[in-house]
Write a protein that binds this ligand. Structure first.
Ligand SMILES: Nc1ncnc2c1ncn2[C@@H]1O[C@H](COP(=O)(O)OP(=O)(O)O)[C@@H](O)[C@H]1O
Ligand SMILES: [Mg+2]
Length: 277
């Protein structure tokens, strides 16, 4: 157990009612079971933010009733996949990002879905996912629409020596232990970088059983290559480089959009205290 992955805190799944949110519910239910934690399903009900009627009319049961149906169906799916897990579900008024950001303060993990936008565009994590990955107070997992297609045997962690990447190592090693998977920690060096990026890593007692891979080249490309057999990929929201104003680094964004397996982002805002670097 460690600060970024505390035992016992609930796993929260954001549900929007789209058919592909079922894989997020399934993943969240399995992870809650593995952690011995509760599962909480949250549906953000955006319509109260607009001037539209949300109650029933003579013609239709109304938007609020439809949202309640999404919540009830999600609850049923979760109970089916994780019969032993305590599950709760609720409709919360507001836009998805602020609703889920508020949830992240008391969650061990937030799980969201992603859309399959076809081969050309990759897997699209929407604006809610990007905002969570940048600002959440706990790790965020973007699950893919067709989980059955991916059966990797590794937890792959991207490590560039930054604090967020060290937290990604904490999370990834703990996940590997819990699921009896091999952890692989990948560090991609630039040709001209002579920093010893992995010194802190090699000194870690808990990383001794992990595969440590150090390669030279393009970070995002190589991380994707080394994740081909990943069941889960873990990275920080930011790394060592990039522009100070960016909320998500280019490597973490590429992983969110391109990796075929579920991706965990450790937001810098979840790594102890203020979001500022
Ligand atoms: N060279 C690298 N090798 C391995 N992992 C990396 C590398 N660069 C970034 N990562 C991973 O991606 C995360 C985000 O970093 P990045 O997107 O590069 O942000 P920044 O622009 O702040 O450097 C890091 O926390 C780390 O997990
Ligand atoms: Mg970087």
């Amino acid at each position: 157990m460690n600060a970024i992955d505390p035992a016992g805190q609930k796993v929260v799944v954001g549900i929007d009612g789209a058919p592909d949110c079922e894989s997020a519910i399934r993943w969240g239910a399995a992870e809650a079971a593995a952690r011995g934690a509760g599962l909480h399903l949250v549906h953000a009900f955006v319509w109260t933010e607009f001037r539209v009627p949300v109650g029933p009319s003579e013609a239709a049961p109304g938007l609020r009733a439809y949202a309640d149906q999404i919540v009830a169906e999600a609850l049923e799916v979760a109970r089916k996949f994780a019969p032993g897990v305590p599950v709760t579900a609720e409709r919360v008024d507001g836009f998805p990002a602020p609703v889920l950001l508020a949830e992240s303060r008391n969650a061990g993990l937030i799980v969201i879905g992603s859309r399959d936008a076809g081969r050309a565009l990759g897997l699209l994590v929407g604006s809610t996912g990007l905002e969570l990955a940048a600002h959440a107070r706990c790790p965020v997992v973007a699950v893919r629409p067709n989980e059955d297609a991916v059966v990797g045997s590794r937890v792959v962690i991207g490590y560039d020596g930054s604090a967020a990447a060290a937290a990604a190592v904490d999370f990834g090693l703990e996940y590997a232990r819990r699921h009896e998977l091999v952890a692989r920690i990948v560090t991609v060096r630039a040709e001209d970088d002579d920093h010893d990026l992995t010194a802190a890593l090699r000194a870690r007692e808990d990383a001794r059983t992990a595969e440590l891979i150090e390669v030279t080249g393009h970070p995002a490309e190589l991380l994707l290559e080394w994740s081909a057999d990943a069941q889960l990929l873990v990275v920080g929201s930011r790394g060592r480089g990039g522009f100070a104003g960016l909320l998500l680094g280019s490597v973490s964004q590429t992983m969110l959009h391109q990796a075929p397996c579920p991706v965990t982002i450790i937001p810098r805002s979840a790594v102890g205290g203020p979001e500022a670097r």
